[in-house]
Structure formats: structure tokens, C-alpha cells
Design a protein around this ligand. Structure first.
Ligand SMILES: Cc1cc2nc3c(=O)[nH]c(=O)nc-3n(C[C@H](O)[C@H](O)[C@H](O)COP(=O)(O)OP(=O)(O)OC[C@H]3O[C@@H](n4cnc5c(N)ncnc54)[C@H](O)[C@@H]3O)c2cc1C
Length: 434
């Protein structure tokens, strides 16, 4: 049986697997390998950090989304383009092989933290479900530590959160975080909402570079009104456990530094002979990898030309999904002896949430702000959720947010000690990351 093997179960890979399973003849086997067993709906991760939605509601099992597809949760380490073979890590850590007739690479991009010295060790990335969950827990821990800290200066450091990068993710996470800490401050006696600092640090002259200037200016004003400090035109030179140091030597005390900048190719693609451009695989309009007959690449990992405006597709979920839609049609068409079509897509616009009840966006070229944009933002993402059950659960989270305050429960990962050598609790001043 001929096989299509997909590497990566994110927006592009899961959607492609689902579409091929529905549309391709049963003579084909579709197999997807992904490092995690679920798709992460990344646009909602900032809301997980802000405690507005349940972490489990932003992920879906790939095997449920793409029922009928062979799903393997394993990391692909290598591929052999001559032998049409991949190597993956088996359950015991051993190297196993699998064959393909067509290979589709959808492994996204990895986070690159070492673009700033110290960020790798002390920064908090936001890419996976684990990142959002750990960061939300850490924020609650910082509030608890601040309550227990008698020294005002040390307390100020604990209550200071810096977000490096004023793009969509940075702005959204700062807005969500501000909402959460402001709402929770009433439960603590040693500090008030005004004592908590959330600062966005952006190197460019303004935040939200891809949005129109007027929308970005509105976002800037609204975030400042909500209590977020925004510093533009600043270069972060290093990060430490105490905060950040700027290029001019100035320091900002912040015991939590969130990294929303920096991408690099996944390890799998780092040492391949395949041609890449700015860290993304070079593909033709039909998304075939340059120089390869039976290898395709879509999503963030590929520089896919967009025939609608002759540009290279940005690294956005809406493009990853549209590319999977086109590639599925092409592969189905080719299996029936028909011609493939190039990828062509006109964006429907972009949105940035600024915390509860406020957003900015440009749907279909219109500029919208405030509640209207917020409802648009929620409506669009809600409609994109791949299962009815998740739609109901997310709607439930959002409705309950209108009536109830956010939880400050630290979801403890502490387990019952076994034997006398186990410490009851990790030390309070350990490094921010395990
Ligand atoms: C916090 C955040 C917010 C965002 N908000 C938006 C937004 O509002 N709108 C928007 O359009 N885009 C948004 N994005 C961008 C969007 O998430 C990406 O463009 C999208 O995820 C790209 O899809 P993909 O399938 O190419 O890659 P991914 O979704 O990253 O999926 C890659 C998959 O490959 C797997 N993988 C990687 N390497 C291997 C390997 N060696 N072996 C096996 N599996 C592997 C990974 O586990 C993952 O499942 C956001 C991103 C982040 C981080």
C-alpha cells in the first residue's frame, strides 16, 4: 500500500492528515508522526497564562482529529531521501525506521532563546501547552512569594514581569497577565494591584508592527490604561534571575522575563541537504521541496510562495491551515491523474487581544477596536476549534469569566514523598525552570 508520511501534528500536519483521510482513496495509508500526541491551539495560550481558560481546552488529540489515520507519538530524528525512509525514536529510546512514498514536513519552528544571553536559562518561552501551564503556575507562585517576602525591594522584583517582544504574542500575553494579576491582588495583604508591574520591551519604534499604525497606537493606549508599561526602541542585552539589562546599561528588575521573540529550524531540519532560506525550507508554489519529487513542506517550517500577492507566507496558523487545504487537494488530484494548483490565499486579517473585553484587528481590510474587535477575535477563534466538545468547553470558560473571578490556585505538581530522602517541597529560590 503506498504511504504518505506526515511529520508534525500541529495546525498544518493534523489538518492535512484529516483532509487526506477523508478525500484520498483507501488504497493509500496516511501516517502521522508527531512529538506530542496533540495539536496546540496556540492563539489561546496567552489566555491559559492569564487563567481565563482551562489548559486542557486548547489542545486536541491528533488521533481524534484525524480518525482513521495511523498516529505515532514519536520524534523523527532523520530522513533518508535516497531510501525514502525516516528514523524515529522508539519507546525505549531506540532508533526505528519507517518507509514512505510521499513525505510531508510540517514540523513548525523551534523557539530560539539564546538570541539574548541569559534568556535560555532565565526566560519563559510560550509555545507549548507545557509552557503556558508552567508560566501560569509560576505567576501564581510569584504572588505567593511576594506575600511571604517582608523586604519591599525584593518584593518589587517578585512582582515585576517583563515581556520581551511587542508583537502579537507579547502583547496578548502582557494583556492577559495584567488582567490576572490585577484581579488577584485583592486576595493578598502585602501588595496591591498598583505594586505589580507588567512591562513590554520592544526594540522597534512601536508595538504590533504588522498592524496599521492607528490600530497599534490604540492598542498601546489601551494597554497603558490597563496598567501595562510599554517601552519601545529598547534593546535587551542580557537576562538574569534578577531581570534584564539594556544595551545602554540600564537595568529593569523583573524576576519573570517572558520571551516572545526568536525562532529557528527544528533540529530535524538543521542538518539536511534541503535548501532553506532564513531558516525555512525552500518550496515551489505547489509546496514541493526544492529539488525533490516526493517531499513537500508546509506551515511555519516552509517558505511557501503565495500566488495571490507573490509574497512568502508568514508564520501564521491561518496560512498553515490554508496550505494544508491546498496540498490535500493537490495530492488527491494527482492520485487521480489531475494537475496540482499553486498555493494562493488572501489573508482575512489579523487580531490582537489586549486583555478582557478589548482587542484590535483588521478583518477583511476593516479596522476594528474595543469590544467589537474582541467579539470578532473570540468568534473567529471559536469557529476554528476542531471539535464540538471543545467549542462548548471554551464557550463555558468564557461565559464563566463574565461571572466569576479567576482562580489563583497553584496547580501543584508536588507528589507524596516516598522514602526519607525525598524533600517535602522544592526550595523556594531554585532556578525558574526545571
Ligand atoms: C503563543 C502563540 C500565539 C500565536 N497566535 C497566533 C494567532 O493568533 N494567529 C495565527 O494565525 N497564528 C498564531 N501563532 C502562530 C501559529 O501557532 C503557527 O503559525 C502555527 O502553529 C504553525 O503551524 P505548523 O503546523 O506549521 O507548526 P506547529 O503548530 O508548531 O506544529 C509543529 C508540530 O511538529 C511537531 N514536531 C516538531 N519537530 C518534530 C519532530 N522532529 N518529530 C515529530 N514531530 C515534530 C511538534 O510537536 C508540533 O506538533 C501563534 C504562535 C504562538 C507561539
Amino acid at each position: 500500500m503506498p504511504r504518505i508520511l506526515i511529520v508534525g501534528g500541529g495546525f498544518a500536519g493534523s489538518d492535512l492528515a484529516r483532509r487526506l483521510q477523508k478525500g484520498l482513496s483507501r488504497d493509500w495509508e496516511i501516517c502521522i508522526y508527531s512529538a506530542e500526541n496533540h495539536l496546540v491551539f496556540t492563539p489561546l495560550l496567552p489566555e491559559v497564562v492569564g487563567g481565563a481558560i482551562n489548559p486542557l481546552h486548547v489542545v486536541w488529540p491528533i488521533r481524534e482529529m484525524a480518525a482513521g489515520v495511523t498516529c505515532r507519538t514519536a520524534e523523527v530524528r532523520k530522513f533518508d531521501l535516497e531510501a525514502n525512509e525516516i528514523e524515529y525514536v522508539g519507546p525505549l529510546g531506540e532508533v526505528l525506521k519507517d518507509q514512505y512514498d510521499q513525505l510531508v514536513l510540517c514540523c513548525g519552528l523551534a523557539v530560539k532563546l539564546d538570541i539574548v544571553p541569559g534568556m535560555d536559562e532565565f526566560g519563559w518561552p510560550l509555545k507549548t501547552l507545557g509552557d503556558s501551564f508552567a508560566l501560569r503556575n509560576h505567576v501564581v507562585q510569584q504572588l505567593e512569594r511576594a506575600e511571604a517576602e517582608p523586604d519591599a525591594e525584593r518584593r518589587a522584583g517578585l512582582l515585576s514581569f517583563a515581556v520581551v517582544g511587542g508583537g502579537f504574542t507579547g502583547v496578548e500575553v502582557a494583556g492577559a497577565l495584567r488582567d490576572m494579576v490585577s484581579e488577584s491582588a485583592r486576595l493578598y495583604s502585602r501588595f496591591e494591584a498598583e505594586d505589580i508591574q507588567v512591562t513590554i520591551l520592544e526594540g522597534a519604534p512601536r508595538i504590533l508592527g504588522p498592524l496599521a499604525e492607528r490600530l497599534a497606537a490604540y492598542a498601546h493606549r489601551q494597554l497603558e490604561k490597563a496598567g501595562v508599561t510599554i517601552r519601545v526602541g529598547v534593546q535587551v542585552q542580557s537576562v538574569s534571575s534578577q531581570g534584564v539589562v539594556f544595551a545602554d546599561g540600564e537595568e529593569l528588575k523583573a524576576r519573570t522575563v517572558i520571551a516572545s521573540v526568536g525562532n529557528e529550524p527544528q533540529g530535524l531540519l538543521a542538518n539536511t541537504p534541503l535548501k532553506s532560506e532564513r531558516g525555512r525550507l525552500v518550496v515551489d508554489g505547489e509546496m514541493r521541496v526544492s529539488g525533490q519529487e516526493n517531499v513537500y513542506a508546509i506551515g511555519d517550517c516552509a517558505a511557501v510562495p503565495n500566488a495571490s500577492d507573490d509574497s512568502i507566507s508568514p508564520t501564521l496558523a491561518q496560512f498553515a491551515v490554508q496550505q494544508s487545504k491546498r496540498l490535500a487537494k493537490n495530492l488527491i488530484a494527482e492520485s487521480r491523474g489531475k494537475e496540482a494548483q499553486p498555493f494562493s490565499y488572501k489573508t482575512r486579517g489579523m487580531f490582537a487581544a489586549l486583555g478582557h473585553g478589548k482587542a484590535v484587528g483588521s478583518p477583511y481590510g476593516f479596522r476594528v477596536t474595543g469590544w467589537v474587535a474582541y467579539l470578532f477575535w473570540r468568534g473567529i477563534y471559536w469557529s476554528k476549534m476542531p471539535s464540538f466538545s471543545r467549542k462548548v468547553q471554551i464557550a463555558g470558560d468564557w461565559i464563566s469569566g463574565l461571572f466569576f473571578r479567576r482562580d489563583v490556585v497553584e496547580i501543584s505538581t508536588m507528589r507524596t514523598p516516598r522514602g526519607s530522602l525525598q524533600p517535602a517541597r522544592p526550595p523556594a529560590e531554585e532556578k525558574p525552570h526545571p
